[in-house]
Design a protein around this ligand. Structure first.
Ligand SMILES: Cc1cc2nc3c(=O)[nH]c(=O)nc-3n(C[C@H](O)[C@H](O)[C@H](O)COP(=O)(O)OP(=O)(O)OC[C@H]3O[C@@H](n4cnc5c(N)ncnc54)[C@H](O)[C@@H]3O)c2cc1C
Length: 475
């Protein structure tokens, strides 16, 4: 394993000179927002936060850091949930923020793609697309802060993956600065490119360990003309699975969201979040939020929804249903889904897992996981929800009611091991959308095969032989 060096006074001065004093943060208080993350699980330390304004400056920083073997932690919006963007507590890594690389470079409306820089927030990327009459369909709750560079580096997912895929599917090309400072211009907007190894796909999801993304060519889609939203109540997960199979067969790519929520998740929301309530009287064991989009006519999505809900098999799986009759009502349905994480905080401590299993196995996985975690910690309250249509479960567990938060959180490692072992038994993934970072680094070692780990190590060694890029993360 390679080790990195603490930058000496001379290297630090040269690094700062690349971006200029105004774009280098050495004051500890001013550095604070770059050194803690959203859940406050990881805190870092750094001699300097550098904010380059050009690709050339990024290249010069990496050239110098590589020569002096200084660790570089790239950061975009700092919304990552696995600690990947946080400098190590030893205080030796420099932080490279891409926030100033925030320009729309080109947008080709006819061929539906745009090139944006890594520091453009996802919300701004969506706005650029909207301004051209198009849509950038990646939708995640952190989109106001999360940026294109971070989304590429974590292969971000979200609620529309079921129809449009994750960031990997939306990325056509990349511009990346390699560990030695070389700039790889791979900003091609090609749909087909069979010229050997797919270097773009290697960088997508690499979490800042193989290169610094400075810009991306992104795919855009035609926005829907009509959207229909509904909440469906079901008694069992088997019924939810049948609903998904049936609705996706009827609706194909028009089914743009299929999110599921447990009764525990929804009762946290309605108890804690103002102005939230269920459109049907009684809470069902499982609630599904579906969204249907159509590019054909203003009433087409509603018609498709009505037809789909008349299907006999669908009807046999439904306990309740409510169709949004206005945008406000649709937003109130989405609010139920999008405020679960916030609401869960009111239930005390929670241990979270972002996992995926084959869709057909969700109905078996959740009861099996519930049995194991409640055996480990009697009274613990499983609160699963997530992107059913992608097999992605946010398998969160809240502490027992009236229990002690610290005593519950002391189960963190043990509970993660129990859940991840079960995920492995189901041929699933221990990280469906948040990545590995520091949080799941050891779990990765336990759950990937030796052959997979060796391939990953070889790639890292080839692209970053001095191990300067996000040291200690992922591998
Ligand atoms: C409320 C909330 C909701 C969320 N919902 C979702 C969701 O639905 N789906 C989902 O997938 N994620 C979700 N996330 C996680 C997070 O928003 C995503 O992982 C996002 O893609 C991170 O983007 P960022 O710009 O904040 O990256 P950062 O947090 O800054 O960095 C994340 C990782 O990417 C690396 N990185 C950042 N920029 C670059 C770059 N330019 N080049 C190379 N490496 C880079 C970092 O080193 C780090 O390893 C959520 C987070 C929050 C707080």
């Amino acid at each position: 394993m390679t080790t990195t060096n603490m930058p000496d006074t001379d290297s630090l001065a040269r690094l700062i000179a690349i971006v200029g004093d105004a774009n280098a943060i050495t004051d500890t208080a001013a550095q604070a927002p770059f050194l803690t993350e959203w859940r406050d699980r990881y805190r870092g330390k750094t001699p300097v936060v550098l904010k380059p304004g050009t690709v050339r400056e990024v290249s010069e920083i990496l050239k110098l850091a590589n020569h002096e073997k200084i660790g570089v932690v790239t950061q975009a919006g700092n919304t990552g949930l696995v600690g990947g963007q946080i400098a190590r507590p030893a205080g030796t890594d420099i932080v490279l923020s891409v926030a100033r690389l925030n320009q729309l470079r080109t947008l080709d409306a006819n061929n539906r793609h745009m090139v944006v820089e890594a520091g453009v927030t996802l919300a701004n990327a969506q706005e650029h697309a909207r301004n051209a009459g198009l849509e950038f369909p990646l939708r995640i709750a952190s989109e106001g802060s999360a940026c294109v560079g971070g989304a590429v580096a974590t292969n971000a997912g979200g609620v529309h993956v079921v129809a449009h895929g994750s960031m990997r599917n939306l990325t056509l090309g990349l511009e990346v600065v390699l560990a030695n400072g070389e700039v790889w211009d791979g900003l091609r907007a090609l749909k087909k490119d069979n010229t050997g190894y797919d270097l773009k796909d290697l960088i997508v999801g690499s979490e800042g360990t193989l290169g610094v993304v400075t810009a991306a060519a992104l795919k855009l889609v035609t926005p829907p003309v009509s959207v229909a939203t509904a909440l469906l109540g079901a008694s069992t997960l088997d019924d939810v699975a049948i609903l998904f199979a049936r609705l996706s067969r009827h609706l194909g790519a028009n089914l743009t969201a299929f999110e599921f929520m447990s009764d525990q998740a929804l009762s946290f929301v309605t108890d804690a979040i103002p102005n939230t309530r269920l459109p049907f009287g009684k809470l069902c064991p499982w609630t599904v939020l579906i969204e249907i989009s159509s590019g054909r006519s203003p009433d087409d999505a509603d018609l498709m929804l009505e037809q789909a809900l008349c299907d006999e098999t669908v009807l046999s799986c439904l306990r309740e249903s409510a169709i949004a009759t206005s945008d406000t009502m649709a937003q109130s349905f989405w609010k139920l889904r999008e405020t679960i994480s916030e609401a869960q905080k009111h239930g005390g401590g929670s241990i979270k897992h972002d996992i995926s299993v084959p869709i057909g196995q969700i109905a078996k996985f959740i009861p099996a996981a519930n049995a194991r975690v409640t055996k480990l910690c009697p009274g613990a309250r499983p609160c699963p929800f997530g992107h059913f249509g992608d097999g992605n479960i946010h398998y969160n567990i809240s502490q027992p009611e009236d229990g002690n938060k610290d005593a519950f959180l002391a189960h963190w490692e043990e509970m993660q091991t129990v859940v991840h072992d079960l995920v492995r038994e189901f041929d699933g993934s221990i990280s469906a959308e948040h990545g590995i970072g520091i949080m799941k680094r050891d779990a990765l070692k336990r759950t990937k095969s030796p052959a997979e780990l060796a391939m990953m190590q070889s790639i890292k060694q080839a692209l970053d032989p001095n191990g300067i890029l996000n040291p200690g993360k992922v591998l």
